[in-house]
Design a protein around this ligand. Structure first.
Ligand code: SF4
Length: 375
């Protein structure tokens, strides 16, 4: 049986004003790595029958930890689990937190995929969204990563940023593709409650591109990246053939994974669970009580599990394989969600094609509306 592992490193150099992830810019707790290893030790006892196909270090900014700390965690994990020989081992990093030496150590210790949070190739925009890096540092990071031996490099980009014009967005797409990454993730800035950007937007200080312009930016990204040879395989993700993110596909296929770290989620044996968010409480629970710092847990009934499989699977451009769904649940997609699917098909948001249910081109552009309809 296959399983994916996720490690949440909740620390960043500083908190970005739009970010509502479980991340903290006020320095790392010195006991964090010890606590994380404690959690790995406890959880590994119950999942030793699995083969690990992907490992993902996300955050936060995992590269705020030293390369020694990161490789220490990975070594510990490799000793506790049965890791497949072709395991995808990814780490997220921000330009400005890595250099050649750092990356070389990671590459030597089995990391084979690097995901860089670039967001924009425009220095003014990077300043506006208070990123810690500038455009030059993106180029330096990619060059250092290549020199260190990383062939599989993904770049994250954002559109809908304050002050971003269509031309600036197109320049960012150009710069990103010139670097020839194997993978690109393209996200729309969303303004989340309880972030500084949310307050600024309410006060009228933050001006965002209109919804129409944001849609135009997304359409351009799909067109531009497809012409540049990238396969659009998920609503926000593009890859050179053979470089789709194996780890994230585990989520979209609604398959099993185990998370470690504050706020990390797991899905195992039909149960979803999540750790407590606070790094301090997480560390205290593990080191003093030697217990998993559980925040919530829910065992899904078949109906919910089918619904999640539908919601997640539709994110993938190729859609949901109808016979796989039926094999998994003993029921057809149609029999369970007939009314909603029919309505969305009539409105040309969903279609059946090649024995799959998938978003149409229109459905991809308006995926948020589709998902609201399916709730
Ligand atoms: S670097 Fe990423 S995780 Fe950290 S605060 Fe910024 S957006 Fe959030």
């Amino acid at each position: 049986m296959n399983l994916a592992l996720y490690f949440h490193i909740p620390y960043c150099k500083q908190k970005c004003p739009y970010c509502d992830f479980n991340s903290y810019g006020n320095g790392m707790n010195k006991d964090f790595v010890t606590a994380l290893k404690e959690e790995i030790g406890i959880k590994s006892k119950n999942i030793d029958q699995y083969q690990i196909g992907s490992v993902f270090f996300g955050g936060g900014t995992p590269t705020t930890l030293s390369s020694f700390q990161i490789t220490d965690i990975l070594n510990f994990c490799f000793n506790k689990f049965s890791i497949k020989s072709d395991c995808e081992v990814s780490i997220e990093a921000n330009p400005g937190t890595i250099d050649y030496q750092y990356l070389k150590l990671l590459r030597n210790k089995c990391f084979n995929r690097l995901s860089l949070g670039c967001q924009s190739f425009n220095d003014d925009l990077l300043k506006k969204i208070e990123r810690i890096h500038n455009c030059d540092e993106i180029f330096q990071s990619v060059s250092a990563a290549r020199k260190a031996g990383f062939k599989n490099i993904s770049l994250d980009l954002m559109f809908g940023l304050p002050g971003q014009s269509f031309d600036i967005w197109e320049e960012t797409l150009q710069s990103a593709t010139q670097l020839k990454p194997t993978h690109l993730s393209v996200y729309n800035l969303t303004i989340e409650k309880e972030t500084p950007f949310y307050d600024q937007l309410r006060k009228g200080i933050l001006i965002l591109p209109s919804e129409g312009l944001q849609l135009k930016m997304y359409k351009r990204a799909v067109e531009y990246l497809s012409q540049a040879g990238y396969i659009h395989y998920e609503i926000s993700n593009f890859a050179v053939k053979g470089y789709e993110c194996r780890h994230n596909k585990v989520y979209w296929n609604n398959n099993e994974y185990v998370g470690f770290g504050p706020g990390a989620a797991s899905y195992l044996n039909g149960t979803r669970s999540k750790n407590i968010l606070s790094p301090e409480k997480y560390i205290e629970t593990l080191l003093e009580k030697k217990e998993i710092p559980l925040f919530e847990k829910e065992t899904l009934d078949q109906k919910k599990s089918m619904w999640e499989t539908l919601m997640l699977g539709l994110r993938m451009v190729k859609g949901i394989n109808l016979s796989d769904f039926e094999k998994r649940f003993g029921k057809t997609l149609d029999s369970e969600f007939d009314e909603k699917i029919r309505k969305l098909r009539n409105e040309h948001f969903l279609e059946y094609s090649d024995k799959k249910l998938k978003l149409t081109r229109k459905g991809i552009l308006y995926s948020n509306e589709v998902f609201v309809e399916l709730i």
